[in-house]
Design a protein around this ligand. Structure first.
Ligand SMILES: Nc1ncnc2c1ncn2[C@@H]1O[C@H](COP(=O)(O)OP(=O)(O)O)[C@@H](O)[C@H]1O
Ligand SMILES: [Mg+2]
Length: 362
């Protein structure tokens, strides 16, 4: 077997303090073409992980100094290492420690003395899962960069197109009949629409890559601020906008402003045909999180299609009825994901919609 081949073999870190256990496990794993490194205590395990990330960790529960649970907890809270799968080696079928292991984020457990084929099956499964997750993440990342590049490269020619039509309108409109002028108007409207869509797409990919700067954000103040900016664009509207006390949260202020902007502009857009529009922002909280809701009395939507709302380009209303690109809520979703929050919506056709998002307190 040559050196490159052996480097391609998955590597397992075995953390155990009993020599007989180590010997059995190492024999089985090496026979099955795994590379194995061994640590007999927590501090050595951390050193080895830092030197080089293993593809999987087999972790004994009971060890002096630091037990397997503590080691697992530390690895799973360290973001660089949290994706390494951990299989606990428990000495008895001890339900309590198995549950504790899972609660701490371990992927699986094997009872000692282990059955060779069971151990191998579990190791293979978790290494395969890890590789699949990694390739999905990579594909996602590539898709994001692709989307960014396409949008970015489209923008310049689109802007020229729009400028050229503007010149056409300015310099030649007196030589055109009504039909010609109408066509120019249409081209201008369409290019505005596409430019806006491209801008939204750029914003969407920026949200995955942008470094975050976490600081306290007074949501109540932010909601008023964003609302004031938006209503300035439609001063003729009669809107009853109310805020029940909203909390201060920890987040990236640029991203959270974009989130509020998208949600409030939806609420304003879909209440446009109401004589008296009403938009109400409220917060609830439990021990771990805030749940903020924005309720409107607008066009609403059919709950059967609620699962589509947060996907790119998915719209439940036609362009004639309500213009839009269908990217806003995808941006909102991405922002919340980066803040470990969730978003969902409820609604009823012709009665209104409520947008909810959760935000962790820590
Ligand atoms: N407040 C709301 N009331 C009714 N429907 C909504 C509301 N907010 C979002 N939606 C629905 O969700 C879809 C996706 O929203 P979004 O991503 O912001 O795209 P856009 O507003 O550009 O259409 C919208 O097309 C609309 O059908
Ligand atoms: Mg929108």
């Amino acid at each position: 077997m040559n050196f490159t081949q052996s480097l391609n073999q998955p590597e397992i870190l075995l953390v155990d303090d009993t020599p007989e256990h180590i010997e059995t496990a190492v024999t089985v794993l090496r026979e099955n073409n795994f590379r194995v490194r061994i640590a007999t205590k927590g501090s050595t395990a951390f050193k080895l992980i830092e030197q080089h990330q293993p593809d999987l960790i087999l972790l004994d529960v009971y060890m002096p100094e630091m037990d397997g649970f503590e080691i697992c907890r530390i690895i799973k809270t360290e973001s660089d290492f949290s994706s390494i799968p951990i299989i606990f080696l428990t000495s008895s079928n001890d339900a309590e420690s198995i549950k504790k292991g899972f609660d701490l984020g371990a992927q699986d457990y094997v009872v000692k003395p282990f059955n060779t084929s069971e151990l191998l099956a579990r190791v293979h499964t978790h290494i395969k899962l890890k590789k699949q997750t990694e390739s999905l993440l990579k594909a996602n990342h590539e898709l994001d960069s692709f989307c960014y590049t396409v949008a970015h490269d489209l923008k310049a020619p689109l802007l020229s197109l729009s400028k050229l039509t503007e010149y056409l309108d300015l310099d030649y409109s007196d030589r055109l009949n009504n039909e010609g002028r109408e066509l120019i108007d249409n081209i201008q409207d369409k290019s505005k629409e596409i430019i806006q869509l491209v801008d939204h797409l750029l914003e969407l990919s920026r949200m995955s890559e942008m470094p975050m700067n976490i600081e306290p954000i007074n949501l109540e103040q932010l909601f008023w601020e964003v609302y004031a900016e938006l209503i300035k664009l439609e001063p003729q509207r009669d809107v009853k906008f109310t805020i029940q006390h909203l909390p201060t949260i920890q987040g990236d202020s640029v991203m959270i402003k974009l989130l509020v902007m998208n949600v409030l502009s939806n609420a304003l857009k879909y209440t446009r045909n109401r004589k008296e529009a009403s938009i109400e922002a409220t917060a609830m909280e439990n021990e771990a999180e805030f749940i903020i809701s924005i309720k409107d009395n607008g066009a609403g939507f059919d709950m059967r299609y609620a699962s589509r709302l947060f996907s790119v380009f998915q719209r439940l209303h036609s362009q004639n009825e309500f213009e839009g690109s269908g990217v806003g809520l995808a941006i909102v979703q991405k922002i919340l994901k980066r803040h470990h929050g969730l978003a969902w919506m409820t609604g009823k056709v012709d009665e209104g919609a409520t947008f909810y998002f959760s935000f962790r307190k820590d």
